[in-house]
Design a protein around this ligand. Structure first.
Ligand SMILES: *[C@@H]1O[C@H](CO)[C@@H](O)[C@H](O)[C@H]1NC(C)=O
Ligand SMILES: *[C@@H]1O[C@H](CO)[C@@H](O)[C@H](O)[C@H]1NC(C)=O
Ligand SMILES: *[C@@H]1O[C@H](CO)[C@@H](O)[C@H](O)[C@H]1NC(C)=O
Ligand SMILES: [Cu+2]
Length: 311
C-alpha cells in the first residue's frame, strides 16, 4: 500500500503523540494527598477529539468513582496529571512532547456525584490558565510542578456534591478542525461550608465549538495571544479572581524569547522576582534548584519531590 505524504505525516504525528498522552489522575485538598479516591478515572490516556460528543463532558465511559473528597468552600485544591496510569514520578513529564495548551477547571452542582450524568450536569468555570508568553503554556506549568495545577474552590458556592472537570486542551495539531486534543477527568467532591451563590452555567457538549479560536488554533503560526475557550471564570465578587492568574514557575523563561513565538501576554499579572518564588510556584523538593523562599505565601512540603508556595 502506498501512503501519500500527507497521510504519512499524519501517521507519524499520531505515533509521536501516543507516548505523550496523559490523564488527570490524582487530587489534593491543600497539602493532603487524596490520590485517586474521588475521580472517575478515564479508561485510557487517549484524548477526546470531538467537542460534540458526550465524551467531552467526563471522558469516554470512565470508571466509577470510589468516593467523595470533602473540600471546604474557599480552600485550595490541586488536580494532578501524568502520562501513564499510576506513574507519579516527578522526573517524567506530566504531559510530554509538544502537547502545549491551556488548563481549564469547571464544576457542576449535582445531587449525587457518584452517579450524576456528566452530560446533564450544568457547569461553571472556576479556574483557567492559558498562554503566558515566552513560549510558556499552562501545560509547561504542569510539567514544572509534578503534574499539579492548584486553584481555589469558590468560597460562595453552596455546600453539597459537585463534579469537578479538569481539562487540558493540547494544541499541537489543532491547526485544522478536529485536531485539538481534550484530556479530561472528572472528580467527585463534597463541598462544605460555602454560601448561596448561583453561578450561570453551560453544558458539555454544547459550550465548545470545533472552530472556537482557542480550539482551532495554529501553534506554529507566530501567534501573540491565545483565547481560552468557554465562559468567563466565575468569581464570588463578580470581578477578577486569583484563579485566572497563572501558577508561577521559576523555570518559566523571563527574558525575551528568540523563538518566532511572541512573548506578549495579556494574562500574566506577576512574575517571580529576587525575593522568592511567587504564589503557587515550586519552592523545593528533591532535585529542585530554583528558589526556596516565597515572595508570597509559605513554602509547604507536598511530598519528597515537591514543595509549593501556598497562601
Ligand atoms: C459532606 O460533608 C458534610 C459536612 O462535613 C457531611 O455532613 C456530609 O455527610 C458529607 N456528605 C457525604 C455524602 O459525604
Ligand atoms: C481585571 O483585571 C484587569 C487587569 O488588571 C483589568 O484591566 C480589568 O478591568 C479587571 N476586571 C474586573 C472586572 O475587575
Ligand atoms: C516581588 O516581591 C515582593 C515581595 O517581597 C512583592 O511585593 C512584589 O509584588 C513582587 N513583584 C512582582 C513583580 O512579583
Ligand atoms: Cu498525546
Amino acid at each position: 500500500m502506498k501512503f501519500s505524504a500527507t497521510l504519512l505525516a499524519t501517521l507519524l504525528a499520531g505515533a509521536t503523540s501516543v507516548a505523550a498522552h496523559a490523564t488527570f489522575q490524582q487530587f489534593w485538598v491543600g497539602s493532603s494527598d487524596k490520590a485517586g479516591t474521588c475521580i472517575r478515572t478515564p479508561l485510557s490516556n487517549s484524548p477526546v477529539t470531538s467537542v460534540g460528543s458526550g465524551d467531552i463532558a467526563c471522558n469516554v465511559s470512565p470508571r466509577a468513582s470510589q468516593g467523595l473528597c470533602d473540600v471546604a468552600a474557599g480552600s485550595t485544591v490541586s488536580v494532578e496529571m501524568h502520562q501513564q496510569p499510576g506513574d507519579r514520578s516527578c522526573s517524567n513529564e506530566a504531559i510530554g512532547g509538544n502537547h502545549d495548551g491551556p488548563v481549564i477547571i469547571y464544576m457542576a452542582k449535582v445531587d449525587d456525584a457518584l452517579t450524576a450524568s456528566a452530560t446533564s450536569a450544568r457547569w461553571f468555570k472556576v479556574a483557567q490558565t492559558g498562554y503566558q508568553g515566552n513560549d510558556y503554556w499552562a501545560t509547561d506549568g504542569l510539567n514544572a510542578n509534578c503534574g499539579k495545577y492548584t486553584f481555589t474552590i469558590p468560597s460562595c458556592i453552596p455546600a453539597g456534591q459537585y463534579l469537578l472537570r479538569a481539562e487540558v486542551i493540547a494544541l499541537h495539531v489543532a491547526g485544522s478542525v478536529g485536531g485539538a486534543q481534550f484530556y479530561i477527568s472528572c472528580y467527585t467532591l463534597n463541598v462544605t461550608g460555602g454560601g448561596s451563590a448561583s453561578p450561570s452555567t453551560v453544558s458539555f457538549p454544547g459550550v465548545y465549538s470545533a472552530t472556537d479560536p482557542g480550539i482551532k488554533f495554529d501553534l506554529y503560526g507566530g501567534f501573540t495571544s491565545y483565547t481560552i475557550p468557554g465562559p468567563a471564570v466565575f468569581t464570588c465578587s463578580g470581578g477578577n479572581n486569583s484563579n485566572t492568574q497563572p501558577p508561577q514557575s521559576s523555570t518559566r523563561p523571563t527574558s525575551t524569547s528568540t523563538s518566532s513565538r511572541s512573548s506578549s501576554s495579556s494574562t500574566r499579572t506577576s512574575s517571580a522576582n529576587g525575593s522568592g518564588q511567587t504564589l503557587y510556584g515550586q519552592c523545593g523538593g528533591q532535585g529542585w534548584t530554583g528558589p526556596t523562599t516565597c515572595a508570597s505565601g509559605t513554602c509547604k512540603v507536598s511530598n519528597q519531590f515537591y514543595s509549593q508556595c501556598l497562601p
